[in-house]
Design a binder for this molecule. Structure first.
Ligand SMILES: C[S@@+](CC[C@H](N)C(=O)[O-])C[C@H]1O[C@@H](n2cnc3c(N)ncnc32)[C@H](O)[C@@H]1O
Length: 351
C-alpha cells in the first residue's frame, strides 16, 4: 500500500495500513476464518493468486511457521511478491499445467490441509466475460486442489455471483461435502464478489486427479477420450429405428417407393413469415418484384450449387426474391388478399 490513502473513507483500507496488512483483502480471509475456522491447526497451506500477499500474511500470523517448522505455506501468483518470512513463493499462472505441476511437486506427495484462492482476472467491464474468466480461474484452482488437498481438507476461493454460479456450486459439491457461499463484511455489497467455502474434501469414488480439466491455456487442450473411470462421463448414443427404415443419407428416385405413387403436394402448413413474404406483399400492392436475374440459367446454377432449401426453394433464390425491386409482373400470378404465403408456382415448377 502507498503512503497516501487513495480513499480515506474506506475503513478497511485505513485499518490495513494501520495494522500492517499488504492489502485490505486480509480482512476478508480473517472474517471467513473467524466464521468457518478453516486455518486453525493446518500444517500445509497453499495460497493461490497471492500477490501482494495479505492472505499469506494472515496464514502466517495464524499458523506461525516461524515457531512451528512443520508449517508450510506456499504462495503462487502471476506477479512477483515481496518475500514473507515462512512463506515459499512461486511465480506462475495457476491455469497452466507447468505451474500446477510445480505446486504439486513442492508437496512431495504430502497433502495440504487448506487451499485458498483470491484470484481475480483483470476485469474488462464486460460482465459475462469477467464472470466466465473468474469461473475458469476458480476451476483451475479447484483442479490444482484435487491434486494436493488431503481428504476432509478445505478450499476457499473467490467467486463472482453471476447468473451461472449455481453450476459452479454443483461442480464443487461433487468434491466437497459442505459448500457455502460467504460474503465477508470487508467485501463491498456493491461487488458481485463472494467466497466459496468448501469443507470436507471427498472426491467421487475412483476419481483420479488429472490435468485434463478446462484450463485456459489452449496448448493444454485436453483429450477427454483419454480419461477413464469416474473421470469420464459417457452419454449413451442410441440409434433409433431398425434397418427397414428409410435412409436419410440416401437419395430415392420419385417412383422408388413400391407402395406409394409420387404426387406433388402443397406444404402441410404454409409458412407464416417466409423469406419471400416481402415479394408477395409487393405483388399484392402492385409492385411486383421478380428480379431479372431469375432466369432459367441462373436458377439452374443456383440449384446445382450447395443450396440450403426451404420448402423446396433454395434459400438464396428466396432472398433474391424478397430484396429485389425489379418488376416482371407477367412472371407472378395474381394473389387474392387471403392467399396463404406459399412460394409462387412458377418457381416450384422451374425447380
Ligand atoms: C485480488 S488479488 C489477490 C490479493 C491477495 N489475496 C492478497 O490478499 O494480497 C488477485 C491476484 O490474482 C492474480 N492472478 C490472476 N490471474 C492469475 C493466474 N492465472 N495465475 C496466478 N495468479 C493470478 C493477480 O496477479 C492478482 O495478484
Amino acid at each position: 500500500m502507498g503512503k497516501t490513502s487513495k480513499d480515506k473513507r474506506d475503513i478497511y483500507y485505513r485499518l490495513a495500513k494501520e495494522e500492517g496488512w499488504r492489502a485490505r483483502s486480509a480482512y476478508k480471509l480473517l472474517q471467513i476464518d473467524d466464521q468457518f475456522k478453516i486455518i486453525e491447526g493446518a500444517k500445509r497451506v497453499v495460497d493461490l493468486c497471492a500477490a501482494p500477499g495479505s492472505w499469506s500474511q494472515v496464514l502466517s500470523r495464524r499458523l506461525r511457521p516461524d515457531q512451528d517448522p512443520s508449517v508450510k505455506i506456499v504462495a503462487v501468483d502471476l506477479q512477483a511478491m515481496s518475500p514473507l518470512p515462512g512463506v515459499t513463493q512461486l511465480q506462475g499462472d495457476i491455469t497452466s499445467e507447468v505451474t500446477a505441476n510445480e505446486i504439486i511437486a513442492h508437496f512431495e506427495g504430502a497433502h495440504a490441509d487448506v487451499v485458498v484462492c483470491d484470484g481475480a482476472p483483470d476485469v474488462t467491464g464486460i460482465h459475462d466475460l469477467d464472470e466466465y474468466i473468474q469461473a475458469q480461474l476458480l476451476l483451475a484452482a479447484l483442479n490444482i486442489t484435487t491434486h494436493v488437498l488431503k481428504p476432509n481438507g478445505a478450499f476457499v476461493a473467490k467467486i463472482f455471483r453471476g447468473k451461472d454460479v449455481s453450476l459452479l456450486f454443483m461442480q464443487l459439491q461433487l468434491f466437497f461435502k459442505h459448500v457455502s457461499c460467504a460474503k465477508p463484511r470487508a467485501s463491498r455489497n456493491s461487488s458481485i464478489e463472494a467466497f466459496v467455502v468448501c469443507q470436507n474434501y471427498s472426491p467421487p469414488d475412483g476419481y483420479i486427479p488429472n490435468m485434463a480439466n478446462p484450463l485456459l491455456n489452449p496448448q493444454s487442450c485436453p483429450d477427454f477420450s483419454q480419461l477413464g473411470g469416474i473421470n469420464r462421463a459417457i452419454v449413451p448414443f442410441v440409434v433409433c429405428g431398425d434397418l427397414n427404415c428409410l435412409d436419410a443419407d440416401k437419395n430415392y428416385s420419385l417412383d422408388e417407393l413400391e407402395d406409394r405413387e409420387y404426387k406433388q403436394l402443397e406444404p402441410t402448413q404454409a409458412p407464416i413469415h417466409p423469406p419471400y413474404e416481402t415479394a408477395l406483399n409487393m405483388k399484392k400492392s402492385g409492385q411486383a418484384c421478380i428480379p431479372p436475374l431469375i432466369d432459367d440459367v441462373i436458377i439452374e446454377e443456383m440449384v446445382a450449387s450447395d443450396n440450403e432449401f426451404e420448402d423446396g426453394i433454395p434459400l438464396d433464390i428466396l432472398t433474391e426474391l424478397s430484396i429485389s425491386q425489379e418488376i416482371q409482373p407477367d412472371l407472378i400470378p395474381d394473389l387474392p388478399d387471403n392467399e396463404p404465403l406459399l412460394p409462387p408456382d412458377f418457381l416450384i415448377n422451374k425447380l
